[in-house]
Design a protein around this ligand. Structure first.
Ligand code: C5P
Length: 226
């Protein structure tokens, strides 16, 4: 089945403590976004890649793709104000007759293990969806007005990306969200809001999102050992 990766890379990285967007910072000799793109370029189950980035970075991203042989890029669009807007712009660049799957993946998750990525896409091809998520390992507590409560960790997951859905269902979910002014922090929230169900697929601890200074440090350590 055709599977298009949408990779939003238009964030400003204000939480990372870095002076420039983290996706363009070099780690172990190459830009963070290149690490992510290589995982998708080398994944046999991925047909093509659409990127969203800031207007000023479109040319630079094209240069990086040439330099590192990322040949699967079929489009680079200008991102929007929020992650959701960036993904929607990329999604809207595809023909409305598209019949395949869409795998939305954060640019800032550069270390998704190749075998996990491939297995998740094959799972989605069979089941129609795959929400990559990590089952909780630690004891989980929730602070409330009357003190601390304990969550049943057997039912709690930390949601990651990629999030793989059928194009038509995802597009429909985005359109409903914009019609009603709904904003979610990921695509699964939009799917749920539109009444679509989806399957969970066990992700990987290596696929952490490079967000704050600690993640930047962790990725620096892991990338220098590569
Ligand atoms: O901000 P957050 O950590 O949720 O960002 C997740 C991904 O979405 C990052 O890869 C970031 O570059 C991207 N993003 C985007 N457009 C925005 C904000 C974030 O493409 N306006």
């Amino acid at each position: 089945m055709m599977t298009t990766a949408i990779i939003p890379a238009a964030g400003t990285g204000s939480r990372s403590g870095l002076s420039q967007p983290k996706q363009f910072m070099k780690f172990g000799g190459r830009e963070l976004i290149v690490w992510t793109l290589e995982r998708f370029q080398n994944c046999d189950e991925i047909t093509d890649i659409v990127l969203a980035t800031s207007k000023e970075s479109i040319g630079f991203l094209g240069e990086l793709a040439d330099k590192y042989g990322i040949t699967k890029i079929s489009g680079i669009v200008e991102g929007g104000a929020q992650r959701q807007d960036s993904v929607y712009r990329a999604l809207s660049s595809l023909p409305s007759s598209y019949e395949g799957l869409i795998a939305v993946h954060d640019a800032a998750r550069p270390l998704i293990p190749p075998d996990v990525l491939s297995a998740g896409i094959r799972f989605a091809a069979e089941k129609g969806s795959a929400l990559f998520a990590l089952k909780a390992k630690d004891t989980l507590i929730q602070k409330g007005p009357s003190g601390i409560g304990y969550l049943n960790r057997d039912n709690v997951y930390q949601v990651q990306t990629p999030q793989i859905f059928r194009y038509k269902e995802l597009k429909d979910s985005f359109e409903l969200a914009y019609k009603t002014g709904f904003y979610g922090t990921d695509e699964s929230m939009l799917m749920q809001n539109a009444g679509y169900s989806f399957e969970i697929f066990e992700g990987s601890v290596f696929s952490f999102k490079v967000t704050g200074p600690d993640d930047v440090e962790l990725f620096r350590l892991l990338s220098s050992a590569d």
